[in-house]
Design a protein around this ligand. Structure first.
Ligand code: 3S6
Ligand code: CA
Length: 287
């Protein structure tokens, strides 16, 4: 039967009670996390799996079974408007979008973002348009945290960003910074992290951290500084994701890769980041 030939974890149309019975939808397990799939069913392959939320919503995610992490988000576009200081609120709401499979070519956020209780995160910088099977090997930077920092921040990023809203004008640079958590590298190191960003911002960061919710000189809020802890206030060249309003540059900065292109797209010059990091998606996993 078809149902026997497809690996556990794949939603399939199978045959109930033998091959002459009528087709039904079958689902071989329920799990709230990749870790649960790995531990209960002894599955160790990275790839796309289905998870179920507390309320029974089924969704697909990419599981990094090596560290038992579930992908919960990958990049999200937001514009700049003084009338919406909180932007679309994606960091602290339950709105979901995109699909795991397309997470390197479009914005992605799944219910795991708020449903999963985790201790730590891992982060993969995956080149745009890479296929899921290629993500692990193609990543230009991969790291994880080991301090269990999420436990004291409510158990996931949804709760963390509820505590540290990514809202324009609600704090100041270097004063109201959220957690800056040390990282352990899986691909790359402190020096290669620095080299991904522009020459100027390299002098305004300490590598070896992931930092949450920072403000720049103009009080624009950014969600995540991947691989670095800002020490200066032009955080828009190394931090991503954010809310609402970015006063500097009259619309040249936004809530995605806020200002990675200040001195030219992919220019690796002045404040501009490399093409490599500019053309990669940032994948956030819980672990
Ligand atoms: C090293 C040059 C400083 O240049 C300033 O930083 C310049 O006035 C601004 O255009 C620029 C940005 O604020 C960088 O974020
Ligand atoms: Ca600036």
């Amino acid at each position: 039967c078809l149902c026997d030939s497809i690996k556990l974890g794949t939603l399939y149309i199978g045959q109930d009670g033998g091959c002459d019975a009528k087709p039904v939808y079958k689902f071989p397990y329920t799990a709230r996390s990749c870790k649960e799939i790995r531990d209960k069913y002894a599955i160790h392959d990275d790839g796309l799996y289905y998870l179920t939320t507390e309320s029974g919503v089924l969704y697909q995610t990419f599981c990094d079974m090596t560290t038992a992490g579930a992908l919960d988000a990958g990049g999200h576009q937001q514009g700049d408007s003084p009338d919406r200081p909180e932007g679309d609120g994606t960091w602290s709401n339950r709105v979901i979008f995109g699909s795991a499979e397309a997470a390197t070519s479009d914005d992605y956020k799944n219910p795991g973002y708020y449903d999963i209780t985790a201790q730590d995160v891992s982060v993969w910088h995956v080149p745009n348009n890479a296929q899921t099977e290629e993500w692990a090997n193609f990543s230009i930077l991969r790291y994880h945290t080991e301090t269990s920092f999420l436990t004291s921040e409510g158990g996931n990023l949804y709760h963390l960003f509820t505590r540290y809203p990514v809202t324009y004008g609600t704090g100041a640079c270097n004063i109201n910074t959220g957690p800056a958590v040390p990282i352990v590298y899986d691909v790359g190191n402190e020096e290669s992290t620095l080299q991904l960003y522009g020459p100027n911002p390299r002098g305004e960061v300490t590598p070896g951290f992931i930092t949450f919710r920072v403000f720049n000189y103009e009080k624009a809020a950014m969600a995540i500084c991947s691989g670095v802890k800002p020490t200066g206030c032009n955080t828009e060249h190394v931090c991503v994701g954010g809310g609402g309003h970015f006063p500097e540059g009259g619309g040249r900065q936004c809530g995605d890769f806020t200002s990675f292109d200040w001195n030219g797209y992919g220019a690796n010059n002045g404040w501009s980041a490399t093409r490599e990091i500019t053309e990669s998606a940032i994948m956030l996993f819980y672990r």
